[in-house]
Design a protein around this ligand. Structure first.
Ligand code: PLP
Length: 374
């Protein structure tokens, strides 16, 4: 029996997403740009998905652009904003714990001359505001951190940013928040928002970028002019249709899924906190879908592979850092030792209490077998 607890890396596709992708692959195989019937049918699939995603965000469908993944959406926004503004504005303000799909394009524009201010998460929202000046063209703060589940007060941060500099683009990478908490860009004051299909039980190959009406960002991919010229390249119809299907399947359930995750995760947190060799790294008010903790004396990868040997799949920090010491955990004030021993558990609505109890028992068993001799 496999116990999959790595949903922040990728979640198992739901049956609605699989059916939708299969249907498109078998019978809706036209190119959405073609003018004949198979083309129009493919275009309709994309329009339906766009309607579902935009409804979930409570925005106009024209403001949602499909991409191949969240990484592409974040790169498009960061590099596009730089290309638009760099002749007159050069400052960018971000959190120091952004996902690499923000941090790496930011490093790239830094190499081209951008002035980047990185704010540590322990600083309150006020520090973001202090860093914003007239020269700032972008403020990017993730909604929920992928390694610890930490929630950022983006509504408050963005309101203060806009008060100080209304032209500054407020962007949030909401990959770990979308379909987990109600997320309305207009409510939180986000000019642009990145989301990803495979984190919400869709399939890999689709992401999306919301860009508020009236804001133009130059495209990263230029070519045939798909996505109204914003993202050229033939659309991945099966993945986009599956994205829409996954959203539709769960949109009415967000509150219930959140409550269920909160109950399950608080049980796990209480059980793990009672063990003297466990340090919980996620703050108490973090997302209930992610829990990061360290097992004293057992390096992350050793515990990860031990759990794998008993059929439990977790992550060490984040999948994207592939075992590299996490600068993100350090920025959250977690010691080097705890960062080296960190395990991330991320649950879905399919995770059961029983699975989390088996996880706790296995960690106790693993700790007794594996702890480093000190
Ligand atoms: N942003 C965050 C916060 C993530 O957790 C991830 C994936 O882990 C991404 C972006 C990248 O998503 P994708 O795999 O769709 O490129």
């Amino acid at each position: 029996m496999a116990i999959y607890l790595d949903n922040a890396s990728t979640a198992k596709p739901c049956k609605e997403a699989i059916e939708s992708a299969l249907r498109c692959m078998e019978s809706v195989y036209g190119n959405p740009s073609s003018l004949h019937k198979p083309g129009l049918e493919a275009e309709e699939e994309i329009n339906a998905a766009r309607k579902a995603v935009s409804k979930a965000l409570s925005v106009n469908p024209e403001t949602v652009f499909f991409t191949s993944c969240a990484t592409e959406a974040n790169n498009t926004l960061v590099i596009g904003a730089w290309n638009k503004f760099h002749k007159r504005k050069r400052r960018v303000v971000i959190s120091s714990v952004e996902h690499p799909s923000i941090e790496e394009p930011i490093k790239y524009i830094e190499s081209l001359g951008a002035e980047v201010i990185r704010i540590n998460p322990e600083n309150n929202g006020q520090t973001f505001t202090e860093a914003i000046d007239d020269n700032t063209f972008l403020c990017s703060v993730m909604s929920v951190n992928n390694e610890t589940g930490t929630n950022f007060p983006i509504k408050e941060i963005f309101a203060n940013v806009k008060r100080k500099n209304p032209e500054c683009i407020t962007h949030t990478d909401a990959v770990q928040a979308f379909m987990k908490i109600p997320l309305k860009p207009l409510d939180i004051g986000a000019d642009s928002v990145t989301i990803s299909a495979h984190k919400i039980h869709g399939i890999k190959g689709a992401g999306a970028l919301y860009i508020k009406k009236g804001l133009t960002i130059p495209p990263l991919l230029r070519g045939g002019g798909q996505e109204r010229g914003f993202r050229s390249g033939t659309e991945a119809v099966p993945a986009i249709a599956a994205f829409g299907a996954a959203v539709k399947a769960h949109i009415l359930d967000i509150d219930r899924m959140y409550e269920a995750a909160a109950a399950k995760m608080s049980g796990l947190r209480v059980r793990l906190s009672s063990l003297p060799f466990i340090t919980i790294n996620s703050p108490p008010d973090s997302s209930p879908f992610i829990l990061n903790f360290s097992v004293d004396g057992v390096p992350s990868e050793v515990m990860l592979h031990f759990l794998e040997s008993v059929g439990i799949y977790v992550s060490s920090g984040s999948a994207c850092s592939k075992g590299k010491g996490s600068h993100v955990l350090k920025a959250f004030g977690i010691t080097d030792k705890d960062a080296d021993e960190a395990i991330r558990v991320s649950i879905s609505n399919e995770t059961t209490d029983e699975e989390l109890e088996i996880l706790t028992d296995s960690i106790i068993y693993g700790f007794n077998r594996l702890q480093r001799k000190r």
